[in-house]
Ligand binder design. Sequence first.
Ligand SMILES: Nc1ncnc2c1ncn2[C@@H]1O[C@H](COP(=O)(O)OP(=O)(O)O)[C@@H](O)[C@H]1O
Ligand SMILES: [Mg+2]
Length: 352
Amino acid sequence: MGQILIEGLEKTFNSTRVLHGLDLHIKEGEFVTLLGPSGCGKTTTLRCVAGLETPTSGRISIGPQKVVDTARAASVPAHKRRVGMVFQSYAIWPHMSALSNVTFPLKRHKQGTRAEQKAAAERALDAVGMSAYANRYPHELSGGQQQRIALARGLVAAGEVMLYDEPLSNLDAKLRVKMRDEVRRLHNEFEHTSIYVTHDQEEAFAISDRVVIMNGGRIEQAGTPREIFSAPSSRYVADFIGYENILEIDQVSPDGTSGSAGELQFTGLDGAQKGDAIAFRSGVLRTGPAADAAVVFEGTPTRHAYIGDETMLHLVTASGTDIVARIPVDQEVPVQPQTFNVARRDIVLLRA
Ligand SMILES: Nc1ncnc2c1ncn2[C@@H]1O[C@H](COP(=O)(O)OP(=O)(O)O)[C@@H](O)[C@H]1O
Ligand SMILES: [Mg+2]
């Protein structure tokens, strides 16, 4: 019942188009994250689903209900869409207790009897571990606790659909990790269909069934975290999800299997063309030559930085190409030109 269907979604603000015909089908019970840099249209997409923004054109259905269809000038008002929404700014009322904040959306739209409203709010407060704080006011709560109140308020407003707009961005790193597990647990417990928005790749991958990478109001790639991580479809995606090394191919054999990207020699690729790029992550570089190497180059370590149990090495080739490598902290790498390699399984070929 709770599937979300977005078709041909376009949005123009003051003659600038910010969404270019988005198509997205989110299955019932799925947790899908919109991931992309600031300004790529994540919030606008979410607001169109919530009914806080009217699309310039397109259709959106939530479950069996068509909530907006610009061709028929039809739109269901936001409060009748029964979606819960949680924002980055907690947007809870300072003059209301935690319980009143959570009950508020139900009271405002006269959903249920007073007793039912109270029971729903208490269940939501319990789900986010805030029952003991029901009578506290926001100024008596920490940032993390305020965000839990905002979560609870979203839960009571939600029928089957929850929308999250960077809800954890204001929390410190440790709490953010804890709360993202919490968000996913609540999604499972309440059997919601959820759309989550973030610009944080790790958060997106950790929490989602499927990630949708957006670029300038368009979908660049959609897939499971594993699919996107192991097979980014473009340079944009590879760069955004942290492939530190992306190098353009400038020479290639007639059969497209071998060639070079600057001073990096490659073999064993399939149908590579000039202008394509090879990409690999810093963690896959190995020192010396190797029988299964698909990329080989000479590099000189220039700088290093300790990052916990690994060292981040900055390598430079003779003509000045920078490569980033991560190696175990106990591995000695002399500061002199030497061979590095990458195995075939760790290389992604990105089409021009
Ligand atoms: N109400 C508005 N009026 C004018 N431009 C807007 C409005 N809301 C968003 N935009 C513009 O639309 C683009 C997408 O914004 P947004 O959806 O907020 O991106 P994101 O959430 O990915 O950072 C941005 O260029 C932003 O400046
Ligand atoms: Mg936003």
